[in-house]
Design a protein around this ligand. Structure first.
Ligand SMILES: C[S@@+](CC[C@H](N)C(=O)[O-])C[C@H]1O[C@@H](n2cnc3c(N)ncnc32)[C@H](O)[C@@H]1O
Length: 240
């Protein structure tokens, strides 16, 4: 099956994804809050609570975008948080938020591809990924490289959209993604494709049991998932 890509051009999925996020970066935070009515903030908070018990000191936020997860991770009082992303456009807005919060000494954002970045092996106590894995060009390659970077016993926490299966959430979700998301997305972001790619990429994503199976397959231990938002998203936890 052909991978779902933002623009269906001859460029790689990675190039198209970076371009799409560069295009919508200026409206990303606003649209996130508008389309989810702010629910996404509580989900990130839940994720961070799940990795709190091990007191992680060195945290990596992969696909950091505008840095919401990296900023939330500060509540764990880490020594440092590094955020990596392939969209400089998204990180520009992230850096502005970090500076406004006077967190420049704690959080560093830098260009990095989950699949190929060469951060040292066994260097991170915890790694977070918010709404990023669905956009990877090669999911297993990305997860394998992230496993390499994680310390033995370290935790991976992933937040990702799922396809809801139950009435009435499924029906509400279908209506929202068919009519509301593309209309508001196009109106505010000026990118006609980004907010139709979103539901398509969620539909194609191997969520819940299928995703924990992939985590186990590439070498993570104790992979588990718990749905949030009545099945709109899931939190995945796994260890090295
Ligand atoms: C939906 S945004 C999520 C941003 C942020 N994590 C959040 O929770 O709001 C997805 C981000 O994943 C990034 N991304 C996609 N593929 C990537 C990869 N292979 N390596 C690093 N970042 C990637 C995109 O550039 C984009 O900024």
């Amino acid at each position: 099956m052909e991978p779902i890509t933002p623009y269906n051009t001859t460029e790689s999925k990675k190039e198209q994804v970076a371009q799409m996020f560069d295009n919508i970066a200026f409206r990303y935070d606003f649209l996130n809050s508008l389309l989810s009515l702010g629910i996404h903030k509580g989900w990130r908070r839940k994720c961070i609570k799940r990795i709190a018990s091990k007191n992680p000191k060195y945290i990596l936020d992969v696909a950091t975008g505008t840095a919401d997860f990296a900023i939330e991770a500060i509540t764990l009082s880490p020594v440092s948080v590094i955020g990596i992303d392939i969209s400089e456009g998204m990180m520009k807005f992230g850096r502005e938020k970090i500076t406004k919060l006077s967190l420049d000494k704690k959080i560093t954002l830098k260009y990095g591809d989950a699949e190929t970045c060469d951060l040292p092996s066994n260097s991170m106590d915890a790694i977070t990924i918010g709404f990023g894995v669905r956009n990877f060009e090669n999911l297993e390659k990305g997860l394998t490289n992230i496993l390499r970077i994680l310390k033995p016993g370290g935790q991976l926490c992933i937040l990702e959209f799922s396809s809801p299966r139950k009435f009435p959430v499924k029906q509400f979700y279908n209506f929202h993604f068919k009519y509301i998301t593309p209309t508001l997305g196009k109106l505010f972001s000026k990118d006609t494709r980004a907010y139709t790619y979103l539901p398509e990429s969620i539909k194609a994503f191997p969520d819940n049991e299928r995703f924990t199976a992939i985590l186990q397959k590439v070498g993570y231990k104790n992979a588990s998932f718990s749905p949030v938002g009545m099945g709109l998203a899931s939190i995945y936890l796994a260890e090295k």
